[in-house]
Design a protein around this ligand. Structure first.
Ligand SMILES: [Zn+2]
Ligand SMILES: [Zn+2]
Length: 433
């Protein structure tokens, strides 16, 4: 007699939200041999592991276009292993890691290393972004062809803008040959002046050196002009200002091939939180004023902003505990992203689940030319289960990331990832941790 195999999983009674098929309805999902075998109102299957999901929203595995895993280089802050654990706990089944590691991802050897290490860990897909310039020095372009053959999904000198206009023009032209996106970190260093927070009324009141919105908007303007001129694909990272959203909206209407992302910190917080002088609020670009925050939400609603990414940026505690002026920029973001999305966009009825999940699945997939994992029969099962009403408290112990630099430590949030199925296997379950 053949052994009874319990490799099937039956998800019962979930509200399934699938942007690809525009489905938002209660369904049962049967997963067999890594694939979604059936998707129906009611399924009975005796030999399957059953997940009772009546209180869950079930969506395709989330995709994060922008994170930092610090590997190679800073295993005390994060590794591909701890970063993958953190990502999967946040519901992400695919993540793109930025190349500002040590050494940076400017040759195929490092791309190969990232793929090998991510496969060894075996939790989520990790897609490397290669650097635009050698050693991220902003001068000489890397071998895009070589990096792409190894599996890079795009190019970026994130952490820095490519300041030299001519180098950036050539990067765009070169990327056109392969039709891959250039991911730009749009902040003019000379205007930002190492500002510690957004330049505005609050920075004036606190007497803290500010980084003005124009530092972002100037580079966005230049990049849009060069993208139009070259016909290349430009992806603008972590958009945070009203002026940037307005420019992108206009450029899009003209047919410029531009996409962009924002991060939860830019639609959830405004710069008044800096009054706490908590260095975990120190990010680059800075958390902006309330008018900018509202404009970011508008941009998400009207489709100008394609994606919600995290810019997950781990830093060790000792560095974040430096004086505010000397603390590094960045906060971790995988494990709190869905809560901030739920609390700000869903619960306040600014956007529908379908629209939000589109910005965390199909839209990022399209940008890196990966197939979005839709929830439909025949596709490989990559599924994130969300408990939208669950309250939880953020503590250093609950976070899987090796770094704990989030201003949300101690906060009670609403909405939590309950489980993640990656390629047919349950890789994360809140109950089991
Ligand atoms: Zn950046
Ligand atoms: Zn970044």
């Amino acid at each position: 007699m053949r052994e009874v195999r319990l490799s099937s999983i039956l998800i019962k009674g979930a509200r399934v939200i699938d942007p690809e098929s525009k489905l938002d309805a209660p369904r049962d999902i049967l997963i067999k041999e890594r694939k979604i075998a059936r998707l129906e109102r009611s399924i009975r299957a005796d030999k399957a592991r059953i997940i009772h999901a009546r209180d869950f929203i079930v969506v395709p595995g989330l995709i994060d276009l922008h994170c930092h895993l610090r590997d190679p280089g800073r295993p005390d802050e994060e590794t591909i292993e701890t970063g993958s654990q953190s990502a999967i706990a946040g519901g992400f089944t695919s993540i793109c890691c930025m190349p500002n590691t040590d050494p940076p991802v400017d040759n195929e050897g490092i791309v190969n290393y990232i793929y090998k290490e991510a496969a060894r860990v075996g939790l989520c897909d990790v897609f490397p972004i290669g650097t635009i310039t050698r050693a991220r020095a902003g001068k000489e372009l890397t071998e895009f062809g070589e990096l792409l053959r190894a599996g890079a999904k795009g190019f970026s000198d994130d952490g820095d803008t490519v300041a030299d206009n001519n180098v950036f023009r050539h990067a765009l032209e070169y990327s056109r040959t392969f039709d891959v996106p250039i991911f730009e970190h749009p902040i003019d260093k000379s205007l930002a002046q190492d500002g510690l927070m957004n330049e505005g009324l609050v920075s004036t009141r606190l007497g803290v050196k500010g980084s003005p919105a124009i530092a972002e908007e100037m580079i966005v303007a230049r990049d849009l002009m060069l993208a139009e001129y070259t016909g290349a694909r430009l992806h603008l990272c972590h958009i945070s200002t009203r002026g940037a959203v307005e420019q992108i909206r206009r450029a899009r209407k003209k047919g410029v091939r531009v996409t962009c992302e924002t991060c939860p910190q830019y639609f959830y917080f405004n710069d008044e939180v800096l009054e706490s002088f908590d260095a975990n609020f120190k990010v680059n670009p800075p958390i902006r004023g309330e008018g900018d925050r509202q404009a970011i939400i508008e941009g998400l609603k009207d489709g100008t902003i394609d994606c919600i990414a995290t810019d997950h940026a781990p830093h060790c505690q000792a560095e974040k505990e430096l004086e505010f002026a000397n603390a590094p920029y960045g906060m971790i973001g995988f494990e709190t992203a869905i809560s901030l999305v739920i609390m700000e966009l869903i619960d306040k009825q600014k956007m529908s689940w379908l629209k939000v999940i589109e910005k965390m699945t199909v839209n990022p997939a399209r940008i890196i030319r990966e197939r979005a994992r839709s929830i439909s029969p025949g596709t490989v099962a990559c599924i994130t289960m969300i408990a939208p009403d669950m309250k939880w408290k953020v503590t250093a112990d609950t976070l899987k990331s090796r770094s704990k630099n989030t201003p949300l430590l101690g906060a009670e949030l609403t909405g939590q990832v309950a489980g993640v199925i990656q390629k047919g296997t349950l890789k994360y379950s809140l109950k089991e941790g």
